[in-house]
Design a protein around this ligand. Structure first.
Ligand code: SF4
Length: 414
């Protein structure tokens, strides 16, 4: 069949989740996507929604549509007069935008924090600080003989994780061709889609991951025998890849000492690596960028030099009604956090930069629409295993990038 000369092909990195699949094949007519190959339904919907005008954020000041320059001007004015500004988000932005956001927070003397503060922050801190071992997913594939998904269900959260990076990506299968030569396993509080595929399932009661871990390392009683069975499974492996998900980190909270100890104990019998199942496309990039600049992964205040404290977490700032102006970049706290908490933001100026309409853009005083990373803006991002990837920008120019907006605001702040 003859190829339409008006069409052009482009390889993309999908920024729809933490997998950052780098094998997306898209066809464009001008800057408009006409077909998307290799993406999962979630990723394809995300990329297509960039062309749905109803889904895209519009430039607004207190609900009135305005030119983008006017929205930037108003955002600058609100941030300039704020005495306790907060910058929050950036987990779905490029590393370049994250660096620009940190620079703006520094110039404002603001608090800066991201969603890792109430999810993967402590785990990422352990990885960045070298307390927890990690490695590229390419090293896991074909080499790890035990995959343990803990409190995560990738078919729902990271649809291509097991097909592109782990279980189904193995080239070494049993002689009948039925199963990859690797043991798929999960630790969870409920029956998930992954549990139905896994060869070994370990059940924990909701909220009792810590008790399970303590039983694995011999610090608590193993009432069900599950912890002993888990320990034996890991001991029999040569290379165990642990994939901790939101279920585990929410169950453990900020105190990951027992998890770190368990990884250390298991590491004495076999090789263990930890790759977090982060949903946001570039949370690791933000945490590493902030760590490089300040030595901390989140909850930083630039009000007087650099300081870090739980009182600078976004949750504490909202709970204590500390801030008088919040700049949200590529995040949606108004859908992620309880309304009982968010009502504390009444009277606080909220500015939101986002490519899409969200619960936060619907209440923000100022909304500035931005380009979709990997489609309308290039730059770089960091996958959950620490691999840095470059983004293409075949539809560049449709919207301003968040880097440009953040740099413009920074230049105008006196
Ligand atoms: S798994 Fe994630 S990154 Fe990969 S195509 Fe789906 S949404 Fe995009």
């Amino acid at each position: 069949m003859e190829r339409d000369p008006e069409l052009s092909s482009q390889s993309l990195v999908c920024t729809g989740c933490g997998c950052l699949c780098d094998d997306i094949e898209a066809e464009f007519e001008g800057s408009c996507v006409v077909s998307i190959g290799n993406a999962c339904a979630k990723g394809a919907t995300y990329l297509r929604s960039a062309y749905d005008p109803g889904r895209r954020a519009r430039s607004l000041v207190r609900g009135r549509e305005v030119p983008i320059d006017e929205a930037v001007e108003e955002a600058t004015r609100l941030l300039s007069k704020a005495s306790r500004p907060v910058v929050f988000g950036l987990d779905d932005s490029t590393i370049e935008a994250q660096v620009a956001g940190i620079e703006l927070a520094r110039k404002l003397g603001a608090v800066i924090d991201d969603a890792s503060s109430f999810s993967f922050g402590s785990l990422i801190e352990g990885i960045v600080g070298g307390e927890l071992p990690t490695c590229p997913l390419a090293e896991v594939r074909d080499n790890a003989d035990l995959l343990v998904y803990w409190g995560s269900d990738p078919p729902h959260t990271h649809p291509r994780h097991i097909s592109k990076f782990t279980y189904y990506a193995y080239t070494d299968w049993d002689p009948a061709g039925w199963y990859p030569r690797v043991t798929l396993s999960c630790v969870d509080v409920r029956e998930t889609e992954l549990c139905s595929m896994a060869r070994k399932n370990f059940k924990v009661r909701p909220g009792s991951d810590r008790d399970f871990i303590r039983a694995v390392i011999g610090e608590a009683q193993d009432e069900t025998g599950q912890a002993a069975a888990f320990l034996e499974t890991v001991k029999q492996s040569k290379f165990c890849a642990l994939f901790p998900g939101a279920g585990l980190v929410c169950s453990l909270g900020d105190d990951l000492a027992c998890f770190k100890q368990m990884v250390h104990v298991l590491g004495q019998s076999t090789r263990v690596t930890v790759v977090p199942m982060i949903a946001e496309s570039n949370m690791l990039g933000f945490n590493r960028s902030l760590h490089e600049q300040c030595g901390h992964v989140n909850q930083v205040s630039f009000a007087s030099g650099v300081s870090r404290s739980t009182e600078y977490s976004f949750l504490a700032q909202v709970r204590n009604r500390t801030s008088d102006c919040v700049l949200v970049v590529g995040a949606d706290p108004f859908s992620a956090l309880p309304q009982s908490l968010l009502k504390n933001l009444q009277g606080t100026a909220v500015i939101c930069l986002d490519p899409f309409v969200t619960a936060t853009t619907m209440v923000a005083e100022v909304v500035i629409p931005t380009a979709v990373p990997g489609l309308e803006q290039g730059g770089s991002v960091m996958r959950v295993d620490g691999e840095r990837l470059a983004l293409a920008n075949p539809a560049e120019g449709r919207y301003p990038t968040d880097v440009t907006i953040l740099e413009r605001i920074t230049k105008r702040i006196a």
